[in-house]
Design a protein around this ligand. Structure first.
Ligand code: SF4
Length: 364
């Protein structure tokens, strides 16, 4: 495993980002192989459980009530609808369902109780459950954890310096506070950002400084390319170049070595070759399904064809976040039932050395 550093400077990260492309790819792929199985990619399905009407003013988001977009809002989904969608996602190879609600923050009451029931329901399907519901208190994070939540997504979006140019209804520190509340509940953290919002390269580096300095670092880091939606303040932004995306993925892989780097919004604009380069540069997670909350995403079948073409395997649920191929092979030899060990399922955590001890007892 690479040594994880929390004290990266913006200058160091910029120097990595700006390396000659071949050097950057080689370094990122090397870090990737040391920390992960390069042929395994985690597949998540994102489900919008409550769309539109959000009081926040995120400049990139068509769900903000104040922008005139053609998003059709809907009330909170029923638990049975969510269960049906989760079963569909599981059948098409997803190991994780991420439920998103267009809320500023979670409010205690019947709607939150309904979300807790959704979490329990998906957890029983043997899938990882993630939520992205806005700001959370420590108590709400604990209730989600008790219901079986595996991950909570709360993106930093961009650097602290550029944040106020993107969102004025909350501050960068509010994001950090929610992430801290999630950490206290032992739920894993998913936090990343968006490129192509008019930020400078320094802001991309600044966002990575902030993510890398979290201790522990987030278990997943989604890297989004802005999908410029008509009616939002960012409608006229230029599309992100694939080369910027590859550089951002590779740099993230190097400075946050053990995380799952997730290709998120903007994947429809990327060619197969571009996506393959991102996987080589260290991306090891994607969102599947034809929609990402409200914006288009590649069809599941297209993704499976690409996996086949590249010899990639979807990751099983609850496998350890960082797990190089050789270690995984040893582990499956050791495991008495011949199953892959479940490292980090909430309430079922098995430490690596404990598992080895258990197995050696069984072999005696
Ligand atoms: S990104 Fe989230 S918080 Fe911001 S406007 Fe959209 S739904 Fe609301």
């Amino acid at each position: 495993m690479s040594e994880t550093r929390h004290n990266w400077t913006k200058e160091e990260i910029l120097a990595i980002y700006n390396k000659p492309m071949m050097e950057l790819l080689y370094e990122a792929a090397t870090v990737h192989r040391k920390n992960h199985d390069p042929n395994t990619v985690q597949v998540s399905t994102l489900l919008s459980i409550k769309t539109g009407g959000c009081p926040e003013d995120c400049g990139y988001c068509p769900q903000a009530a104040r922008y005139h977009t053609d998003i059709e809002g809907n009330d909170l989904m029923t638990v049975s609808h969510v269960k049906a969608q989760a079963l569909r996602a599981k059948a098409s190879g997803s190991s994780r369902v991420c439920m998103g609600a267009a809320w500023r923050n979670v409010k205690d009451g019947p709607e939150f109780d309904q979300v807790l029931e959704m979490v329990r329901t998906i957890n029983k399907l043997d899938m990882e459950v993630c939520c992205t519901l806005g700001m959370l208190t420590e108590n709400q994070a604990k209730r989600l954890a008790e219901a079986g939540l595996y991950a909570y997504n709360h993106n930093l979006d961009t650097s602290e310096d550029y944040y106020k140019d993107v969102i004025s209804t909350r501050a960068f520190e509010d994001r950090l506070e929610t992430i801290d509340n999630v950490r206290k509940s032992n739920v894993t953290v998913c936090s990343g950002g968006i490129i192509g919002m008019g930020e400078r390269l320094e802001d991309r580096a600044g966002m990575l400084v902030a993510l890398a300095s979290l201790n522990p670092q987030p278990e997943s880091v989604p890297i989004n390319a802005l999908v410029a939606v008509e009616g939002t303040p960012m409608a006229e932004m230029e599309p992100v170049s694939i080369w910027d995306m590859i550089r951002m993925v590779a740099t993230t892989r190097i400075v946050i070595p053990e995380t799952q780097v997730r290709l998120s919004a903007g994947r429809t604009e990327m060619s197969r070759e571009g996506q393959a380069m991102c996987f080589f540069a260290g991306a090891n997670s994607i969102f599947a399904g034809d929609k990402l909350l409200t914006t288009p995403n590649p069809d599941v079948n297209e993704d499976m064809e690409l996996f086949q073409l590249l010899g990639l395997q979807p990751q099983k649920p609850f496998t350890k976040i960082s797990q190089p191929a050789t270690v995984e092979a040893e582990d499956s030899k050791l495991h008495p039932l011949g199953e892959k060990p479940r490292w980090s399922r909430p309430g079922h955590t098995i430490e690596r050395n404990e598992l080895a001890k258990e197995n050696s007892k069984l072999q005696q």
